[in-house]
Every structure is written in C-alpha cells, then in structure tokens.
Design a protein around this ligand. Structure first.
Ligand code: SF4
Ligand code: SF4
Length: 147
C-alpha cells in the first residue's frame, strides 16, 4: 500500500517549510559542542551544550538569530546534508538523507514530543551548559561512543 507520510513520498528538497521543520525530533544532539582532532579531523561529541539552548525544552532560545550569534551553528538544508557527516546518527534529516526510516520514538511516528526523551535520545538527561566549564577543560567532557 502506498504511504501517506510526506517523509516517505517526498524527497528532502520537495518538502515545504512546515514539513521540513516537523522532521526535527527535538533531541538537541546537534547543539552539543564538538571537538575536532587536528591530525585526523575526527569529530568528538562532548556532553556540553550551547549556551543558547533551553535544556529542559531542548529548544534553541535564539532560533531566528542563531547563525549570527553562533557562526558554527549550521542551518540545515537539503543541499548541505551531504557535507554534514558529523550530524548525529539519529538525526531525522541524516536518516532520510541516508534513505533510512524514522525510528519509532520519532514524534512523527509516535505522535508525542515526549518519546524522544523517554527513549533516551535527547540530551536533556545528561548535558551541561558550556558556560559552566572552562575552555581548557572541555576535552574532559568528550563522550565516548557517541555519534
Ligand atoms: S540532531 Fe537533527 S533531529 Fe535532533 S535536534 Fe538536531 S536537527 Fe533536530
Ligand atoms: S544557537 Fe541554538 S540551534 Fe544553534 S547550537 Fe546553539 S542552541 Fe543549538
């Protein structure tokens, strides 16, 4: 039977703005600070989150101005996903770009914004604000086996 789910019948560049925004599961994993190793270019996630994140809601408090306030904060588009291999492996945009299905905890599947937290995918339960940690100590906050 043919699917009625827009994310299964449209390509990423065919989505309208509301559809595009609704793909975000609200995990805030992309708001974690990342460190890149000079020699290897490998990217490591830390448990530190951007100072503009409302951790309880896992929402950006400066969404409209985020690119100005945080130049490293990438605005996702259907076109730049191919260059963003460091995006979290659970990210809906990455999953669809890689032609993988959305997981059962995704709000579009479950019908609830809470399932991303209940499933332990969001960063709400373990993240700390970057402004609480000195820059020299950030390496101590690298999370092993996180992608
Ligand atoms: S990692 Fe992807 S799904 Fe999660 S908050 Fe960021 S953009 Fe949204
Ligand atoms: S500016 Fe907003 S969207 Fe960008 S990393 Fe910070 S909290 Fe996340």
């Amino acid at each position: 039977m043919k699917s009625n789910n827009f994310w299964e019948v449209k390509t990423l560049d065919q989505l309208n703005r509301d559809e595009w925004e609704s793909l975000c599961d609200g995990c805030a994993r992309c708001c974690l600070l990342k460190l890149q190793e000079d020699e290897t270019d490998l990217v490591y996630y830390t448990n530190l989150h951007c100072e503009y994140l409302d951790l309880d809601k896992c929402h950006c408090q400066e969404y409209q101005d985020r690119s100005t306030l945080v130049p490293d904060c990438v605005t996702l588009t259907a076109k730049n996903l191919e260059n963003l291999s460091w995006m979290p492996s659970t990210c809906a945009y990455r999953l669809l770009y890689e032609k993988k299905p959305l997981p059962s905890w995704h709000p579009l599947i479950s019908g609830s914004q809470e399932t991303v937290h209940d499933a332990g995918i969001s960063i709400r339960s373990f993240s700390v604000c970057e402004s609480n940690v000195e820059e020299n100590n950030r390496e101590m906050h690298i999370i092993e086996d996180f992608s």
